[in-house]
Structures are given as structure tokens and as C-alpha cells.
Design a protein around this ligand. Structure first.
Ligand SMILES: C[S@@+](CC[C@H](N)C(=O)[O-])C[C@H]1O[C@@H](n2cnc3c(N)ncnc32)[C@H](O)[C@@H]1O
Length: 277
């Protein structure tokens, strides 16, 4: 279904008023945006799995785990303990069990056990889920984790909060601990409106963008080189980075003030492997 992005923006201003519960209800039962389809195993799932294997990680944290835990089921293995936190308790066990079925039916995963409760999730998959937890300030001990994974979450976090999260990760990750992250740099309105470019939102000044940047659909619009600076300033070493180029023509009316001048400004996603040093 194609949804004009301006119509979606107007609808989202209603949720600014009615709240997150009303948004989740609409996504689940009206627009059905919560329903998972798995035409292929998503790139970040494979990326995180490869990084966990390469660095021999045993104790993982993810913040902003979302609703269906698809990637956590995919990377799950008996010797990997996963601790998932989220600012908002978004987990939906019916969606988790839907992914369990898809992995078994479409990808010949050994029949995975269904999950009835959070206790079940921990007992069967070594996945502990905690929400609400704000990743800017957690109760975890220093040096608790080998790796932090993050998928399509950082782009929703304001810069000052992102800096605070990175400070907290420096503390809770072991020395030489890893961050494995995919960041989606595309305009998320373009996910449901095929008539606009995937970086349409870069046409707007900071001021003009504010009226479309809603509470529950916040996008920071930071570009790949902005993130490089933020990660380095926070004290992380960049082990690997990849910016995914757009396949279509770049619009020529972008606002120069929201760009850095680097070619990677037009990229649609970034893959990062960072080391805590
Ligand atoms: C777009 S969703 C993540 C989607 C999920 N990673 C996936 O791949 O399906 C962004 C998530 O980040 C969470 N989040 C935002 N700020 C946070 C914070 N300070 N601490 C923990 N979670 C946060 C939100 O509650 C939300 O669940």
C-alpha cells in the first residue's frame, strides 16, 4: 500500500496527542505494519551473526530491541547470552512466535520452541528482555558485555541522547568490546511512499523538518560522516565501516546545511564495527 508521506505526517501528529499505545494498536490491527515478512534474511541479522562469530562474543546487549526479536532468534545459540533492553516495552510475543514459525518454515531452521512468557524466552533462548530501560543510564555493572548490537535504532535517537548512550556503552562494554550496528539513513516516510526519493527529508531545513519529525517517528537525519565523528569523539575505534550507496539519481535540491559535503551523505544505510578502547 502506498501512503503519501504528507498524509502520514498529518496522521502522526494525531499520535503526538493520543500516545504510543494508540500508535501500536493502529500498526498492529489497521495498517498491519507490525506483521513480519521474511522474503530474505535481513542484512543486519547476518552482519551481527558474523561479528559475534568473529569476535567470539558470549555476552551481548542490544538496546531498542523492538517488537518481534527476529534477529535475536536468528543469532540465538546456547552459548550466547543476550540481554535486550528498550526504553518502551514494545515486545509482542505473538510476533515473536510468528518469526519462530517463519524461520522454521522458510529457512529450514530446526523447529524452534514457541514462547509463552519472558521466562520462557530466557529459558529456551538465553534471551533476557527488560523494559522500560533507558540506555543512557542503566544498572549494569562496568565491563558486563562483550558486544552490543543495534539495528535501525540509532537514526531515531537525538544527538545528545546518542552521545549519552555511547558514554554508557563505553562503561558497560568490556575493554575491546564491540559495537556491531546497522543504521538506516533513508527517509522512513519513503518506506511507505514510493513517489518520493529515499533521501527526500534532506530537502528540508532543520526548522521546516520539525513539523514532520513527530515524537513516535523521530529521525535525526545524521549522515554517515556525522556518525563517524560521534563514534570517534565518544572514544570508540572504528574497525570497519561501510556506507550503502543509493541506486537511484540523487535529488538536486537538498539543503546544504543538513549535509556534511561528503559523498556518503547520500548513502542509505551504514554498517559499523567499533571497538571500545
Ligand atoms: C525503530 S525501533 C528498533 C527496531 C528494532 N531494532 C528492529 O530492528 O526491529 C527503535 C527502538 O529504540 C528504542 N529506544 C529509543 N531510545 C532508547 C533509549 N534511550 N534506550 C533504550 N531504547 C531506546 C525505542 O523504544 C524503539 O524500540
Amino acid at each position: 500500500m502506498n501512503i503519501s508521506w504528507t498524509t502520514k505526517s498529518r496522521a502522526l501528529s494525531l499520535f503526538d496527542v493520543f500516545g504510543r499505545g494508540a500508535l501500536y494498536f493502529t500498526q498492529k490491527y489497521v495498517t498491519k505494519r507490525s506483521v513480519v515478512e521474511l522474503p530474505a534474511i535481513p542484512r543486519p541479522w547476518k552482519f551481527h551473526k558474523a561479528n559475534i562469530a568473529e569476535f567470539g562474543s558470549k555476552n551481548l546487549i542490544e538496546f531498542g530491541a523492538g517488537k518481534n526479536l527476529g534477529q535475536n532468534l536468528y543469532i540465538s545459540q546456547p552459548e550466547l547470552r543476550q540481554h535486550l533492553v528498550d526504553l518502551n516495552p514494545m515486545l509482542d510475543l505473538s510476533l515473536v512466535n510468528h518469526v519462530v514459525t517463519l524461520l522454521a518454515e522458510q529457512y529450514a531452521f530446526e523447529a524452534l520452541p514457541a514462547v509463552q512468557s519472558l521466562g520462557d524466552l530466557e529459558a529456551k533462548y538465553a534471551i533476557k528482555y527488560d523494559a522500560p530501560v533507558d540506555m543512557t543510564s542503566t544498572a549494569f555493572d562496568d565491563d558486563s558485555f562483550d558486544i552490543c548490537i543495534s539495528t535501525n535504532t540509532l537514526e531515531h535517537i537525538p544527538l545528545v541522547t546518542l552521545e549519552a548512550i555511547l558514554r554508557e556503552l563505553r562503561r558497560v562494554l568490556k575493554s575491546a568490546g564491540i559495537i556491531s550496528a546497522q543504521i538506516d539513513y533513508s527517509d522512513h516516510y519513503a518506506h511507505t511512499d514510493r513517489s518520493i526519493s529515499k533521501i527526500n527529508y534532506l530537502r528540508f531545513s532543520e526548522q521546516a523538518w520539525k513539523r514532520h519529525n513527530h515524537k513516535f517517528f523521530f529521525q535525526n537525519r545524521l549522515r554517515h560522516s556525522h556518525y563517524r565523528k560521534v563514534f570517534q569523539d565518544a572514544g570508540f575505534e572504528i574497525l570497519r565501516e561501510q556506507a550503502i550507496k543509493p541506486s537511484k539519481r540523487i535529488p538536486d535540491d537538498l539543503d546544504p546545511d543538513v549535509l556534511t559535503g561528503d559523498d556518503s551523505d547520500y548513502c542509505l544505510a551504514g554498517l559499523w564495527v567499533l571497538r571500545n578502547c
